[in-house]
Write a protein that binds this ligand. Sequence first.
Ligand code: HEM
Length: 134
Amino acid sequence: MGYDILWKVHGILMGSSLLAMTTGIFVSLLRKGKKNTYKIHRKLGLIAAGSGLAGILTAFLMVQTSGGLHLSSPHSLLGITTVLLLLSTPLIMLLKKTRTKKPARRVHRFMGFTTLLLMVTTVLSGLYFVGILA
Ligand code: HEM
């Protein structure tokens, strides 16, 4: 698969990840205390992380097959920071040995909002990079 197709796959995967992330955050904000809220939030968080991971692998493949340099553009550097945060946000709550959940939840919430902000910025920079927002 060539660069021309891969950047579209990458964009769609990252867009889906952003959608799952946004929905996940809204679910926990708007359905506080309701049945299954945590389950839905957790599933959406994992979908966001999974889609983000698949998207990043596609980006790596796309740069590799085109003979380009990895992590050489502002979008790429912003993107790798965003993905690292995106993957560690659910991880902190999945750590089974977290004894007191309250501080972990506070960190998780802060990381979630920061990730969302970074994701929006990264998507915009990606769309700018491919000329859609130019
Ligand atoms: C949260 C959203 C996004 C993240 C985290 C992200 C992350 C990344 C990363 C880490 C790379 C570098 C891969 C490497 O150097 O091996 C990359 C490359 C790239 N991304 Fe994204 N991306 C996102 C959204 C988008 C969107 C929406 C588009 C456009 C539709 C896009 C277009 C591109 C293109 C064209 C490259 C290749 C850059 C090059 O050839 O140097 N990205 N992305």
